[in-house]
Each structure stands twice: as structure tokens, then as C-alpha cells.
Design a protein around this ligand. Sequence first.
Ligand code: FNR
Length: 398
Amino acid sequence: DHDLNCLNINELEKHAYNIMDKQTRDYYNEGADSGSTLRENIEAFGKYRIRPRVLRDVSSVDTSVELFGHTNSIPMGVAPTAMQRLAHPDGELGTARACKNMKVAMGLSSFATTTLEDVADASGDNPHVLQLYLFESRDHSHKLIQRAKKAGYKAVFLTVDTPFLGRRNLEIRNQFKLPPHLKIANFTEDEEPALGDEQTSNSPNQARQRKQKAASKAGYHDGEKRVNPTGPITFHSHAPNPTLSWERDIEWLKQECCPEMEVWVKGIATGEDALLAVHHGVSGIVVSNHGGRQLNGALATLDALPEVVEAVQGKIPVHVDGGIRHGTDVFKALALGADFCWVGRPALWGLAYKGQAGVELMLRLLSDEIKLCMGLAGVTKVQDISKDYLVKLIMPAA
Ligand code: FNR
């Protein structure tokens, strides 16, 4: 029961490339600036080779792991990515159903095009987490968190690598915006009325409002002063928040979420911040650089992983995302000490290819590859994957 047109994630990427319109393709696929971190996330896996062990009776290989009190069929889930209905009308519901069928955890973006309640319904008792951009207006965030609790989300993953939006040049050139038939679904009732006629209004107050609106649209500073974003909640205006800090915001968030939901931080890339995360009592860490979409020139996530694992000393789980395209990539990340991996773009490519069925295909391909890799490496349980199975190649200086 293979899809003979699509036997691995690279083939899936090619199909999706040809199906998606240019605006969507550019938005999904690009990295920040030159895209070097995006490329290195993928290439980092090539620095390691697996040391397979033999004659160990691998007739039964168990790829499952426990996550949020549930059995996840593989040590991998689908990372939160914004606006999935751009890829296919199935959107986030397709992803949720595919994840449920494959027993794989799903992360839902704050900037989903489907409500978190509908995704929770589609997920049933399959674990789902809400990715959170903590807004400067606590009110919006408070409401969202309460809704997530009520809908049965297991955790919030606070994204901490986005004080400003990374510079994505194609997104800027294409003047990327959501087509009118789609909505940022979780904030629609929150939208404030428009700020009046921008062309004709000239009072100082309206001029200030115009300026604020322009600044909040761009998600940037207004000269010296930070402008608190106003107006409708959009990705460009509200996702970036440069005011966040460990002391104030993590403590606030833990109180908001307690006791129903765990608080994780997504976007840790150093041992120092991993120590702070443990110190501030978060439940877990996702080593991530936002798929190379934020700070270009940052370390590939696989290269940042060992220092985070070393700092955390097993006190809390360490997950990783970025550049995972093969079962062997998952194996390598786990061998370097990750407890779990997440994939972002492959799910979007699956959606673009065949909606829910395409996400299921993506998960099946990676699931088969993980199992095969474990068997060929001589490992029958995920907990047994260790650094003994890995060797780092000595590379000539670039
Ligand atoms: C993302 N990612 C992301 N992360 C987040 O915390 N909130 C979000 O809304 C989004 N949105 C988003 C959109 C798109 C189009 C992409 C590609 C990524 C980052 C995502 O969760 C994850 O960190 C990366 O996608 C992992 O890298 P790979 O697997 O795409 O290489």
C-alpha cells in the first residue's frame, strides 16, 4: 500500500512545491535572510553517522513513547505552523485527524485558520498542545488560555524566539496576507473596530492612531518607543512581543495555566537558557529556531541540542524541531539526548499534496523509516537509543 509517486519526504516536498500557489509556497518554505540556518538545520544531520549493532533479535521493534500520559506511536509529533488552510481546505482539521489516526501529538498554532475548539473535537483524546504567542494585551492571551484549558489542551508551548519577526524577504516582496476567504480563527470576536478613514482624517489623534496602526502592522519599534499593537490581531502585528521576560511572564503564564495545562518554552537554543527554563519551573523545552525563520545565523537545532541536554540533566523533557526529513534524523536527535521530535513543513507539504490523507502519508513514511532505522541499528525500544549509536564525522572547515 505504497503511494508510488511519493516514497519519502523529499518527494512529498517536490509534489507540494508544484501544487502550492507562489504566495503560499514562499511563505511556507522560506527561511529568514539568506536561509542559511534553514539549510543548516537539515545539513546538521549529515554530520553524524549511525553505529549499527547486530545479532540482537530485532523481530519486534517498539517505536512508541509516553507523552502527556498517552502513548504516542512514534517519538515525533506535528509542530504548530500557522494558517494551514492555505495549503488545503482540510487545514488544521485534516492535520488533527491525521494525527489522531496515527496516534501522534499535534501542536496548534495561535495563528491557526481553525478554532482551537474544532481542533480539540477532531483530536478527541489524542494529545494536542496550543502554541502560544503571549500578547502584550494580557486580556487576549488570558481568554485564549482559558478556552484551551476548557477544550482539553495538555500544554501551552510558549514561543520565545519571536521578540520581533525575522526578516523573510519573499514574504515581504509578495506582500503576504491571508486571502479573504480565510480567517485567523481564534481571535475573530476580539477584533476591534477599524480606526476610521485613513485617507481623509487629519486630527492629531487620528494621525497618532494611523502611526500606531502602521507600526503594529509591521511588528517593529516606532523610533525609540515600543508601540503596543492595536487593531485586529494579525500574525504580523501581534506575534512578535519584545517585552517578554522570564521573571514576569513565565510566572504569570504558569499561574494562568495551572493546574490543567503544562507550560513549555519553544525556541530555546543555548544551555544557559535551558538552565533558566529549569530554574523558572517550566515543564519542558523545545529546542527550536522556528525552522530557520527567525534569527538567521543561529546554530542549527541539532548542533544546539547537546548543550541543552547537558544543562538540563534530565530534569525536564527536551524536545527538538528543525530540518527533520528522515526517520534516521529522528534517531540521531534521540541519540543526542532529545526525548521527542517535531516536524513543521513536512505536515504542510502533506496537506498541500492530499489534505488529511497527505499528512497521514507523511506520518506513515516517517513512522516506517523510524522503525526500520531502529531495527537496522539493533535497537528495539526508544529508551535504548543512546549516543553509543552515533559518531560525529570530522568535517573539513567550511
Ligand atoms: C512555523 N513555526 C511556527 N512556530 C510557532 O511557534 N508558531 C507559529 O505560528 C509557527 N508558524 C509557522 C509557520 C510556518 C509556515 C513554518 C514553516 C513554521 C515553526 C514550527 O513550529 C517549527 O519550529 C518549524 O517548522 C520546525 O522546522 P521544520 O520542521 O519546518 O524544518
